[in-house]
Design a protein around this ligand. Structure first.
Ligand SMILES: COc1cc(C[n+]2ccc3cc(OS(N)(=O)=O)ccc3c2)cc(OC)c1OC
Ligand SMILES: [Zn+2]
Length: 258
């Protein structure tokens, strides 16, 4: 199975997932000076007020909070999107030290972590699975985390991590609204890309926020208490460095909101 180690990590994924060498892979290094400012790109709107979080779980690659996506109660819309996309889950990627851990980089600079809010096009497709294989099926909002003071709301997630320490563990996680994890400014870069983990489907409209949020090293350190491995697995494998490095931009254009 795939992972982030030497043998099963990102450089080996192409063997089982040949699309890893495709033309619209993610993440990428975003170069602000080369992004095209596009006046037709309006603001994005995050309508999360009626969102319903369900559970938090450890899937052996990250910690994931899933939402009820049976109707349009929580959606992202506007910006490069032709219609609303439904929030399905969010998860994080992080490193073992503060200078790397994000998946996207900005002019070669990495952040300590990156939050992905995964949405799917329920107008055109019947299920997440179907959308996940369509070129306009998913919209993932990427938010950079940098180190500084404690984030005032992140404790709501880090306080629950001890309950999902091992791969395959899950627990109720109701009443969490990810709006509290957004930066004050929603200016963004956008480009066409892929899932950053296997199956690496080239089905993602990426929206990466320019402004990062600030979390403390103590808070991020709590994520490193998670394990890649299951409770019964002999070898303990601390969950860290679960990020894919930037992929070739190929013929793509990165656009910038105003
Ligand atoms: C619920 O069924 C699925 C769950 C998942 C779970 N999943 C796997 C990998 C993912 C990678 C993601 O990539 S990222 N890091 O770019 O956000 C986002 C959501 C993901 C969700 C994937 C599927 O097919 C792609 C599924 O349909 C079979
Ligand atoms: Zn991700």
């Amino acid at each position: 199975h795939w992972g982030y180690g030497k043998e099963d990590g990102p450089s080996a994924w192409h063997r089982q997932y040949p699309v890893a060498k495709g033309n619209r892979q993610s993440p990428i290094d975003i170069i602000p000076d080369e992004a095209r400012r596009d006046s037709s790109l309006g603001p994005i709107f995050l309508k999360y007020d009626r969102c319903t979080s369900l559970n938090i779980s450890n899937n052996g690659h990250s910690v994931v909070v899933e939402f009820n996506d049976s109707d349009d109660r929580s959606v992202i819309q506007g910006g490069p999107l032709d219609n609303p996309y439904r929030l399905k889950q969010f998860h994080f990627h992080w490193g073992e030290k503060g200078c790397e851990g994000s998946e996207h980089t900005v002019a070669g600079i990495g952040y300590a972590s990156e939050l992905h809010l995964v949405h799917w096009n329920a107008v055109k497709y019947k299920t997440f699975e179907e959308a996940a294989t369509a070129p306009d099926g998913l919209a993932v909002l990427g938010i950079f985390l940098e180190l500084g003071d404690d984030h005032r709301w992140l404790h709501m997630i880090t306080d629950a991590l001890y309950m999902v320490k091992f791969k395959g563990s899950s627990t109720d996680f109701k009443g969490f609204n990810p709006k509290c994890l957004l930066p004050s400014n929603l200016h963004y870069w956008t480009y066409l890309g892929s899932l950053t983990t296997p199956p690496l489907h080239e089905s993602v409209i990426w929206i990466v926020l320019k402004e990062s949020i600030v979390v403390s090293d103590k808070q991020l350190g709590m994520f490193r208490l998670l394990q890649f491995s299951g409770e019964e697995d002999g070898r303990r494998m601390r969950m860290e460095n679960n990020f894919r490095p930037p992929q070739p931009l190929k013929e793509r254009l990165v656009r910038s909101s105003n």
